[in-house]
Design a protein around this ligand. Structure first.
Ligand code: ADP
Ligand code: MG
Length: 95
């Protein structure tokens, strides 16, 4: 089946006056065509940060330290801002 979204080894941190908070460490996931993925976990485990990072809506204190987010094979973290914006506008929605 066709891979739509692939997240690989995603690491997101927040820079705070008291130090660095590691919100996501080495997150991997794949969503294939027709699949629905539910992310479940206790409060504060990183569900919202994961979704915001994929959607390009991470606040400015958040730093994507490493990893890849691919949409139909295009790495949204490595391509141009213009290209990632065009893909996200066409393909992603947040409720
Ligand atoms: N803007 C932010 N600044 C600093 N820390 C944040 C920010 N947003 C989220 N965090 C921290 O990142 C971690 C993951 O949060 P979050 O993704 O909101 O959890 P949840 O799984 O409940 O949605 C938590 O430790 C949270 O305190
Ligand atoms: Mg949340």
């Amino acid at each position: 089946m066709k891979k739509i979204i692939e997240v690989e080894n995603l690491d997101v941190r927040f820079l705070q006056p008291q130090g660095e908070l590691r919100a996501l460490r080495g997150v991997d996931l794949t969503i294939q065509a027709g699949e629905i993925l539910c992310v479940v976990g206790e409060s504060g485990c990183g569900k919202s940060v994961l979704c915001k990072t994929i959607a390009g809506l991470l606040c400015k204190e958040g730093v994507i330290h490493s990893g890849a987010i691919r949409y139909e094979g295009v790495d949204l973290l490595a391509c141009s801002k213009q290209e990632s914006r065009t893909i996200r506008k066409k393909a992603f929605a947040v409720v």
